[in-house]
Design a protein around this ligand. Structure first.
Ligand code: FAD
Length: 377
């Protein structure tokens, strides 16, 4: 281990108030919140990757708060209050993100989102139709939109889909540029004086009566008053008792497609499969439910079985009879659990956690980071 020089210690590490672990949307939002409210706080953000390396730079950029099947699924498992409180949080979270970063920086666009159904899903579809009015009534006071969901089967042929029998529109959801979102948040945090150090893996957190010692893989021991783990899908490595399960998601993007008629975000198979247009390309990801055990991992990677499944979806249903080339594949790591809501709490006197964002981190990441930060003040 290389020892810090006096200058390094004096410039970067002396009198550290807060160390945040994880430079995703949650860690960055927490850091920005702390520096906005207590300007002279010394905040260090430690990130394992050279770039943020979890979900926040690798997601699909859906600015979403729930499709019909997803909400009905949630209602089967949680109380009505719990489900619509979370919808409200997602909606408020999206508005906070848009205010913080700005729609231009985010490349924010509202083309709506759609849920698609195949002919063998008529039972599910019928249930969605039967409950649509109820959902619209519950969501109206949150978004101000009276008819969030409506049937829009006439769009199936306009988009050029094959083997799809129904399409339900959610007119209030949008989409953004994930990379620009993160770049803007990093810039905001730096402008406020947050020190972001990349390539630093935190191995353990030692809490004592007079603060926290953060032990890093490269042998550093950073002393701080408080620490926040914003480590999402990797949380169990640092805090093994917490119920956060990693879940890998694989994604592809096509090369540009001339006269692409598809605009908006699309959910299929209860949200396990998702695609959208990125300009005149298609981004498509998901399918982890097809190979659950294999995809319960925090190791990045692309596998043949998921690739085949997504390619089939692309060629059979989304862009049928078209010779489309795939430009790039990647994967990202989600943090999931039994419940949809994130874990935001203290784990010891001076250490808090804000993690387990599931597939909705773009919507709730900002507020979750802020809630985590408040636990440290
Ligand atoms: C493929 C994919 C598609 C998705 N699509 C959408 C979408 O369209 N809309 C949506 O709302 N959500 C989507 N999500 C979910 C969303 O991206 C996440 O919920 C959100 O980004 C989580 O943010 P986070 O800050 O909690 O975690 P992350 O972005 O994962 O950040 C955690 C960071 O902590 C770092 N870290 C972890 N452990 C350590 C350690 N010990 N030391 C140092 N650093 C550490 C990691 O390197 C990582 O950068 C998607 C996720 C994936 C993977």
């Amino acid at each position: 281990m290389m020892q810090w020089s006096h200058w390094e210690w004096d410039t970067w590490f002396r009198d550290t108030d807060v160390v945040i672990i994880g430079c995703g949307i949650v860690g960055l939002s927490a850091a920005i919140f702390l520096k906005t409210h207590v300007n002279n706080l010394r905040v260090i953000l430690l990130e394992n990757g050279t770039l943020p390396s979890g979900a926040s730079t690798r997601n699909a950029g859906f600015a979403c708060f729930g499709s019909v099947t997803e909400l009905l699924d949630d209602l089967a498992q949680s109380s009505e209050n719990e489900v619509f409180d979370l919808v409200e949080k997602r909606w408020r979270g999206l508005q906070r993100l848009r205010t913080l970063a700005g729609d231009t920086a985010l490349n924010y666009e509202t083309h709506g989102s759609y849920e698609m159904f195949k002919p063998d899903e008529n039972v599910t579809f019928d249930e969605c139709m039967a409950r649509m009015e109820f959902l619209n009534k519950k969501i109206a006071p949150i978004t101000g939109e009276q008819q969030t969901f409506s049937l829009t089967d006439e769009q199936i042929s306009r988009f050029g889909f094959a083997g799809i029998s129904h399409l339900i529109l959610n007119r209030s959801e949008g989409q953004l540029h994930t990379g620009r979102m993160m770049q803007t948040l990093i810039q905001l945090a730096r402008e406020k004086g947050v020190q972001i150090l990349n390539g630093i893996n935190v191995e353990t957190l030692e809490d004592s009566s007079n603060g926290v010692i953060i032990h890093t893989k490269n042998g550093w021991e950073i002393k701080a008053q408080k620490a926040l783990a914003a480590t999402n899908g990797f949380t169990r490595r640092l805090l093994p008792d917490l119920k956060v399960t990693p879940a890998r998601n694989q994604v592809l993007i096509t090369k540009p497609i001339e006269n692409l008629p598809i605009k908006g975000c699309f959910h299929y198979d209860k949200g396990y499969v998702y695609f959208r247009n990125v300009g005149n390309r298609i981004l498509l990801g998901g399918g982890r439910n097809r190979h659950r055990e294999q995809e319960t991992t925090d190791t990045f990677g692309i596998t043949q079985n998921i690739q085949n499944y997504l390619k089939k979806m692309l060629h059979d249903h989304i862009l049928p009879n078209q010779n489309v080339e795939i430009e790039r594949w990647w994967s990202g790591i989600l943090g999931i659990g039994e419940r949809k809501s994130p874990i935001v709490r203290k784990v010891s006197e001076n250490v808090a956690v804000a993690a387990r964002l599931g597939g909705m981190g773009v919507a709730i990441g900002t507020l979750t980071g802020e809630e985590g930060a408040k636990l440290l003040l």
